[in-house]
Write a protein that binds this ligand. Structure first.
Ligand code: AMP
Ligand code: ZN
Ligand code: ZN
Length: 324
């Protein structure tokens, strides 16, 4: 399905211009960006500082991790996760990047290329895992058995790999590059459909359990456009295209709608999300009483069955192979 938003206003949330009359709020030099939500105009140097400061504030506020934690950062090849790699390094955290190669042709090739070029720039050696090889499955065959949308399966597979890899290699935190726009789009979608089970789990931090390390999203105060500008001025190359399978995803439509609202009322997006986390989530949604178990085969977490979604798919695949 294709969703479309009529462009009525055409007002950017960010004004990225070198206007002589626009002065940096901090140093009074020429500003390159205006952040309406914060009522700030910033030069390049102070914009970088602002992004680092906003991220550090979130990490501290939610007690996400400290300097002695081992952080596994999931990098996709996009602006957010690659930008976050640079930010966490600059803030002095102990971070290792992991990229999962998905079987999506040219898009996956380009993603890997961007991860590698960022690694060279940061003088880092990322972990690269090929999903099919690591899981010993054929993604598209397994998807047919899973029967739900491809984006949901892809996300589940990536969370599985991250969790298993982190556990095996003693990482105690998993970080992703989800930003404010990702989170608000997800929140809006879940509120509109009252998907309470997702609302209950949504947030900047998902505490660890005996089968999974803590999961965190340090970029929840930063928008898509801000991260794009940050990656550009940091000279990080990144994949700009959307994944070919998510091009018409509902989340893209929700992001556009939320941006139109934010154009008219700057700050609404951040208010919507941060107030949800601060004041609403805890009141309406308590700890779930689903029974958490470890998969009997691979130890990954599962809620209802004795074996996890993946081992279940694998056993179904084996059964059909034997029947033929
Ligand atoms: P997306 O759902 O594509 O917007 O991705 C959200 C976050 O998931 C990214 O910021 C990354 O942290 C992580 N991620 C997505 N794709 C991959 C991948 N192929 N390998 C590792 N991490 C990924
Ligand atoms: Zn300045
Ligand atoms: Zn399993």
């Amino acid at each position: 399905m294709m969703y479309k938003v009529k462009k009525k206003f055409g007002v950017g949330r960010l004004i990225i211009k070198e206007q002589n009359h626009m002065k940096c709020t901090v140093c009074k030099e020429n500003a390159v960006i205006s952040l309406k939500r914060h009522n700030l105009k910033l030069c390049e140097k102070h914009f970088r500082e602002h992004i680092l400061c906003q991220t550090e504030r979130v990490i501290k506020h939610f007690n996400m991790f400290k300097k002695d934690d081992s952080i596994l950062l999931a990098v996709s090849g996009g602006k957010d996760s690659l930008g976050l790699w640079l930010i966490l390094k600059e803030l002095g955290f102990n971070v290792k990047a992991l990229h999962i190669i998905m079987p999506f042709g040219e898009y996956s090739d380009k993603s890997l290329e961007m991860v590698k070029s960022c690694a060279t720039k940061l003088n880092e050696d990322p972990i690269i895992i090929e999903a099919n090889e690591y899981l010993e499955i054929d993604f598209f065959k397994a998807l047919k058995i899973y029967k739900k949308p491809i984006c949901s399966f892809c996300g589940k597979i990536k969370r599985y790999i991250l969790s298993i890899y982190a556990n095996k290699n003693s990482y105690n935190v998993i970080s992703t590059g989800h930003n404010l726009d990702d989170e608000t789009a997800f929140l809006l979608g879940n509120v509109l459909h009252w998907h309470t089970e997702y609302l209950n789990k949504q947030g900047p931090i998902l505490e660890s359990n005996q089968f999974m390390p803590r999961k965190v999203k340090p970029l929840i105060r930063i928008t898509d456009e801000e991260m794009k500008f940050f990656a550009d001025i940091s000279k990080i190359g990144y994949v700009e295209e959307k994944c070919p399978h998510s091009r018409y995803a509902k989340s893209i439509f929700f992001k556009e709608i939320l941006n139109e609202i934010d154009d008219q009322m700057p700050g609404t997006k951040a208010f919507f999300y941060l107030q949800y986390i601060k004041n609403i989530k805890g009141v309406f949604f308590q700890e779930s009483n689903e029974k958490l178990k470890g998969c009997k085969i691979c130890q990954y977490q599962t809620y209802n069955d004795d074996i996890c979604f993946l081992c279940n798919i694998k056993s179904k695949m084996k059964r059909t192979e034997n029947e033929h």
